[in-house]
Design a protein around this ligand. Structure first.
Ligand SMILES: Cc1cc2nc3c(=O)[nH]c(=O)nc-3n(C[C@H](O)[C@H](O)[C@H](O)COP(=O)(O)O)c2cc1C
Length: 171
């Protein structure tokens, strides 16, 4: 019997073995932004079950841009190594393509864990009454951060999102 669900599909130049996709799901189980055994198990179980495309949970481009202190980040070498361990497992033991949800939670970022009430974590800069200084510094950091993120994604063999391909053009 023909089945769309179990037939391959191509998105741009990425070929996906079937149309079962795991949506990004926050796990609140990261350690200082690092993927843990929980992520290995959570994403790994989908990879070995034959899913076609697996997205990570929202991964913060900076620590204060995470939704909660339990969320993943990708802004240090340690973050990269720990996420690579999970991605490598999924590639080695499954056929799924791996996707990443690059995220910054904006002004709603860095809130407390949901089961602790989800209230905002106090920010030193904002408490000092200098929100514009804080914003300006964030803007200045953007270019460098994008470049570093692209290098980390290349290392993990993940494709940069199209908005980033357009926004980071050198020469
Ligand atoms: C536990 C949990 C965590 C989620 N975390 C994220 C997330 O990190 N990023 C996101 O965009 N959506 C997140 N979502 C939303 C899901 O990705 C998805 O969009 C939602 O469950 C609706 O999917 P459906 O239309 O297939 O039912 C989360 C959902 C759940 C249940």
């Amino acid at each position: 019997m023909n089945s769309y669900l179990f037939s391959p599909i191509s998105l741009s130049d990425v070929s996906i073995p079937n149309r079962i996709v795991v949506a990004p799901m926050c796990q609140y189980s990261a350690n200082e932004g690092n993927a843990t055994d929980w992520h290995l198990m959570h994403l790994g179980q989908f990879a070995v079950s034959g899913v076609g495309l697996i997205f990570t949970e929202a991964v913060g481009v900076e620590m204060s841009g995470r939704i909660s202190p339990g969320c993943l980040a990708l802004c240090t070498d340690e973050h990269e190594q720990n996420l690579k361990r999970v991605v490598d497992f999924c590639h080695d033991f499954g056929n799924a393509k791996m996707g990443i949800q690059i995220a910054h939670a904006g002004r709603k970022g860095s809130t407390e864990l949901p089961w602790l009430g989800g209230k905002p974590i106090p920010s030193k800069d904002l408490e000092a009454g200098k929100p514009m200084d804080h914003l300006q510094r964030l803007m200045q950091q953007q270019v460098g951060r994008h470049l570093r993120l692209l290098m980390r994604m290349a290392f993990l063999e993940l494709k940069p999102p199209s908005w980033m391909q357009q926004s980071v053009q050198i020469g």
